[in-house]
Write a protein that binds this ligand. Structure first.
Ligand code: GUN
Length: 277
């Protein structure tokens, strides 16, 4: 039976460490959170981010804009926040309503306030090993592995999924940790065979229960980034947990695995924004 990698516990540890640092160093950190429209899932995520700020002692400014907000209005707000000395981080919750150009909005955020790590400058810095913000979910996965004593150096890492938010930055981070990295996607041939090479298998494909025990080498560590609601109302990941836990040596559950780490790393980035200034 696999060891369960407890993301809830590890994220709580990180949040406690950050809270202690804010108190000890008397840090005055402010995050501006922008939510456009009324997507219920986004409202829950934003609420959780604000709660985490409150717990740690980070101030949060909340901007809830109507779904028909114009691009000009949104870019105007970002510009105002970029220019405010008292604002350290800016987060625009995604996805945005269809009429707004996400790439343009992300690019408008000053790279020194880009706590999501989505700006092209942040991604470029990561790719050449320079300081900058790292996308929160991949950064959280590195913490999950390190704090669970999973050795990364020299290991075979296979990532399923090549999104800008998870798969691509994940591959860069694993490379930085000296893993041998393979990134799989919808055109990959013999996916099961390739996945089975992995000592560390990271699944961010966005399809419920896609990866079962046929994809997993005996003793591999399996990280599940997916989260889906099943017809019975329960949550599940991209990985078929019941089948895979029988062959893996360690596995993240859904919920309570990768999910809680994203917010912990966002909080980490907000505090790091002070150091980058
Ligand atoms: N939507 C889903 N995940 C994220 C995230 O990490 N950051 C932002 N801004 N939006 C998201």
């Amino acid at each position: 039976m696999a060891k369960i990698i407890d993301g809830k516990k590890i994220s709580a540890q990180i949040k406690d460490e950050l809270k202690e640092r804010v108190e000890k160093e008397n840090l005055d950190v402010t995050l501006a959170v922008i939510l456009v429209g009324d997507d219920p899932a986004s409202a829950v995520y934003v609420g959780n981010k604000k709660k985490a700020c409150e717990y740690i002692g980070i101030k949060s400014l909340s901007y809830e804009l109507p779904a028909d907000t114009t691009e000009e209005k949104l870019l105007g707000l970002i510009d105002e926040l970029n220019n405010r000395d008292d604002v350290d981080g800016i987060l625009v919750q995604l996805p945005l309503p269809k009429h707004l150009d996400e790439d343009k909005v992300i690019k408008a955020i000053s790279p020194i306030k880009d706590v999501d790590g989505f700006h092209p400058q942040s991604v470029g810095a990561l790719s050449i090993g320079q300081p900058g913000f790292v996308s929160c979910t991949p950064a959280g996965i590195i913490q999950l592995l390190k704090r669970s004593d999973v050795e990364i150096d020299g290991k075979e890492c296979v990532i399923i999924g090549r999104s800008n938010i998870v798969g691509k930055p994940m591959s860069l981070l694993m490379l930085r940790e000296n893993a041998t990295v393979t990134v799989c996607h919808s055109h990959t041939k013999n996916l099961e065979e390739v996945a089975k090479r992995a000592d560390i298998l990271i699944v961010a494909i966005g399809k419920p229960l896609f990866v079962d025990d046929k994809f997993v080498k005996e003793g591999a560590v399996v990280i599940d980034v997916g989260i889906h609601r099943k017809e019975d109302g329960k949550l599940c990941g991209d990985v078929d947990f019941e089948k895979v836990e029988k062959v893996a040596s360690a596995i993240t559950p859904v919920p309570g695995g990768v999910g809680p780490m994203t917010i912990a790393m966002l909080m980490n980035n907000c505090i790091a924004a002070k150091d980058l200034k």
